[in-house]
Ligand binder design. Structure first.
Ligand SMILES: Cc1cc2nc3c(=O)[nH]c(=O)nc-3n(C[C@H](O)[C@H](O)[C@H](O)COP(=O)(O)OP(=O)(O)OC[C@H]3O[C@@H](n4cnc5c(N)ncnc54)[C@H](O)[C@@H]3O)c2cc1C
Length: 282
């Protein structure tokens, strides 16, 4: 049980963690890694005060180092599901369940572009969680569609359960290189998912393949898929001026709450979310 979990790893998350530390509150930042922040790709930032010219990667490193130097805890992983418990939250990170009293969402604005058929067949042959659903496919044939290295770990986990695991990269990343006996990398581009005669049909640019199940792994999810009951408007999490969301003791900040999508705004909102959170926890 931690007091506060911060989901994210960009400017908003680090700012919230630093402000909480200043107020003597411990938090743990759950992050898929710096490379997944939009900022990591920015060559040159010229509008963040105090740094007339700096790359996005350098600025992220500075935020992270600052937080770590204050003793902020960091866990690498993807938060795939949040369940409010009444007295706090349970957060599924990888194959672990973490508990906290309050939650700060700093998820950024990246939203996954789902494959046709993917959300319609979720729970009916399509899964976003190997740990949760892998056992349903024990001894069966599955496909893993992944856009990041997190999918490699999942493919490895599934290879321990399933008869056959075919790995498809949804985009270029450090994908599966060393295959177990029952794993193969299929160099084809997934286009859509369908269900025919009880089997899952994956159509790629190159052809079609059938499986018992299809697992899809990405480093981002739409926020309302993460937390049931979270109010969303035009794709952004709804918050008040204190960065409080529609879910009690759950705050949100940065790009995930709306425009302008800028570093200074993300940092400011991270601070407001942290202050509101610390006031409400008291
Ligand atoms: C190419 C480019 C150039 C830019 N240039 C500028 C500029 O010059 N000036 C400026 O002010 N802004 C610029 N921006 C915008 C700036 O990068 C964003 O406004 C800022 O990074 C937002 O911070 P954030 O913390 O809200 O989100 P992000 O920085 O996007 O961080 C969100 C993090 O949360 C992680 N995450 C998401 N879901 C989960 C989950 N379920 N579990 C764990 N982690 C998760 C993501 O992987 C990511 O690491 C630029 C953006 C881009 C893409």
């Amino acid at each position: 049980m931690t007091d506060i979990l911060i989901l994210g790893g960009g400017p908003a998350a680090w700012s919230a963690a630093i402000t909480l530390k200043n107020r003597n509150l411990d938090s743990t930042v759950i992050t898929t890694g710096m490379e997944q922040s939009g900022l990591y790709k920015a060559d040159k930032i010229t509008n963040y005060p105090g740094f007339p010219e700096i790359s996005g990667k350098e600025l992220l490193e500075k935020f992270r180092e600052h937080a770590l130097s204050m003793g902020v805890e960091v866990r690498n992983g993807y938060a795939r599901q949040v369940m409010p418990t009444g007295s706090g939250f349970m957060v599924l990170v990888g194959d672990e369940i973490l508990e906290c009293r309050a939650l700060i969402l700093a998820l950024g604005a990246a939203r996954p572009r789902l494959l046709p058929g993917e959300s319609e067949l979720l729970g009916q042959g399509v899964s976003w969680c190997g740990t949760c659903d892998g056992m349903f496919y024990r001894g069966k044939d599955v496909a893993v569609l992944s856009s990041w290295h997190g999918g490699v770990e999942e493919a490895d986990f599934l290879a321990g359960l399933c008869r056959k695991v075919d790995y498809y990269a949804l985009k270029k990343h450090d994908g599966l290189t060393e295959c177990r006996e029952n794993q193969s990398v299929i160099p084809e581009t997934p286009l859509s998912i369908a269900r025919e005669n009880g089997r899952m049909v994956l159509t790629t640019r190159e052809g079609t393949h059938t499986y018992d199940g299809i697992f899809v792994f990405r480093p981002t999810a739409a926020p309302d898929q993460l937390i049931p009951g979270l109010a969303i408007e035009n794709g952004f999490i709804v918050v008040d001026r204190r960065m409080q969301t529609s879910v009690p003791l759950c705050y949100a900040c940065g790009d995930c709450v709306g425009r302008p999508l800028q570093i200074a705004k993300a940092v400011g909102e991270g601070l407001v979310a942290a202050i509101s959170c610390s006031e409400d926890l008291k």
